[in-house]
Design a protein around this ligand. Structure first.
Ligand SMILES: *[C@@H]1O[C@H](CO)[C@@H](O)[C@H](O)[C@H]1NC(C)=O
Ligand SMILES: *[C@@H]1O[C@H](CO)[C@@H](O)[C@H](O)[C@H]1NC(C)=O
Ligand SMILES: *[C@@H]1O[C@H](CO)[C@@H](O)[C@H](O)[C@H]1NC(C)=O
Length: 139
């Protein structure tokens, strides 16, 4: 599935049009809160050290919107903000994070993330704030 901000905007316009002409919901966003859950669980699985057990309640028994560091938007009930600053987390960023299509804010400052930043993060069209300060990324 090829996606880009441009394609997403086109899709959005299409969806609007379809809704107004009540043809149906063909082309509607294919993602939902389960997509967000998978993306965050992927992130969790890429974290090799969590000394303060910040991510203990990141599990399917708890609603994603109640996970530590996660804030969901009131409108779409999708993950809008991920704040894990100063958590001493060590790990890498999986491409799955690019599926958090409603993410506005991503703050991972002062952790020990390393490796490369996946290009999938460019899918995050709504992102207004991103910070990885003091992490050791390459590329
Ligand atoms: C999310 O979408 C998938 C299919 O794309 C579906 O199987 C799942 O039940 C949906 N989850 C919710 C919470 O709507
Ligand atoms: C998950 O952990 C965070 C931070 O410790 C806490 O604010 C939140 O209430 C917890 N959620 C649940 C459902 O226990
Ligand atoms: C999310 O992202 C991953 C990797 O970028 C991809 O394999 C997966 O199919 C995507 N979609 C969903 C709905 O999880």
């Amino acid at each position: 599935m090829e996606r880009s901000c441009f394609l997403l905007s086109i899709t959005f316009l299409l969806v609007l049009q379809l809704q107004y002409s009540s043809i149906g919901t063909v082309g509607a966003a294919q993602t939902n809160i389960t997509t967000d859950q998978f993306a965050l669980l992927a992130l969790k699985s890429h974290i090799t050290s969590d000394p303060h057990n910040i991510l203990v309640n990141w599990s399917t028994t708890t609603s994603v919107c109640n996970w530590a560091g996660v804030v969901c938007g009131a409108r779409h009930l999708r993950v809008a903000s991920l704040n894990l600053l100063y958590m001493d987390l060590t790990g890498t960023i999986p491409p799955y994070l690019g599926n958090l299509s409603f993410l506005v804010e991503l703050d991972l400052r002062n952790n020990n993330f390393h490796g490369t930043l996946p290009h999938e993060l460019s899918y995050l069209c709504r992102l207004k704030f991103i910070s990885f300060k003091f992490s050791n990324f390459m590329g």
